[in-house]
Design a binder for this molecule. Structure first.
Ligand SMILES: C[S@@+](CC[C@H](N)C(=O)[O-])C[C@H]1O[C@@H](n2cnc3c(N)ncnc32)[C@H](O)[C@@H]1O
Length: 221
């Protein structure tokens, strides 16, 4: 176990309540226009043609290994695309309605859905061979909670395990789309330092005017 990933436990203790309730500061809110768009054919096509190819870059899905955690699946179009290519996906979703709907829709498949806060993923350290998170970080309300999510993903990765994540960069158009919703976009310039502080190594950050993507690993044993 890496000392740095172990150090993230103190962040988890602050974020998680002993009762197992969702972490303080986490907010279950995704507005209705958003929910509809995230379940649409247009978004599925965008994920397939643009968003996931950008996030993975030169990497194949297979490099995530055979036991992958997805953070923030929403309605699960990203989950569907991954589950078609990988043996096992565990999806961690904060919104109870979205988690329940995805669990019902994927029952009997290679997808397990946990209704949980990714600042305190309810699984043992070092379990997953890989982790993914798409278009999710801007829904986490503070930089501190975003960093707690990055740290807890590092904790649940196996030594050497790979994180692939991406999100949109800040824009007025996206801010307007998040009316009555959380909108806290990540500045990609900050990501290398924040991933290092969260315990990752082999960090690669890419960004263009629309989106950022990261590849990073938990340190090898
Ligand atoms: C915009 S959706 C992205 C859905 C999907 N990944 C996609 O790209 O189509 C972001 C999701 O992250 C979830 N989320 C936000 N904060 C979370 C947290 N702390 N833990 C787990 N899920 C979270 C939200 O509830 C929402 O369903």
């Amino acid at each position: 176990m890496s000392a740095r990933c172990e150090n993230t436990r103190s962040v988890r203790r602050l974020a998680a309540r002993p009762s197992g309730e969702l972490a303080r500061g986490s907010v279950e809110r995704v507005n209705n226009a958003h929910r509809e768009y995230l379940a649409s054919d247009e978004w599925r096509q965008t994920l397939q043609d643009l968003a996931l190819p950008f996030a993975f870059g030169d990497l194949s899905y297979a490099e995530l290994g055979d036991d992958v955690v997805e953070i923030g699946p929403g309605p699960g179009l990203t989950t569907d695309l991954l589950a078609a290519e990988l043996p096992r996906i565990t999806a961690v979703e904060l919104d109870e309605g979205l988690a329940d709907a995805l669990r019902e829709r994927t029952a009997g498949s290679n997808v397990e859905v946990l209704h949980a806060d990714a600042t305190a993923i309810p699984t043992e350290s070092g379990r997953f061979s890989g982790a993914v998170s798409f278009t999710m970080m801007h829904h986490v309300p503070t930089v501190e909670l975003q960093d707690a999510v990055l740290a807890d993903i590092c904790r649940v990765l196996q030594p050497g395990g790979l994180l692939v994540a991406s999100d949109s960069v800040a824009s007025d158009e996206l801010a307007a789309f998040h009316d009555d919703d959380i909108y806290n976009p990540v500045d990609p310039e900050t990501l290398e330092d924040r991933l290092t502080a969260a315990g990752y190594v082999d960090i690669a950050v890419r960004a263009n005017p629309y989106a950022w993507a990261i590849h990073a690993r938990r340190p090898p044993a």
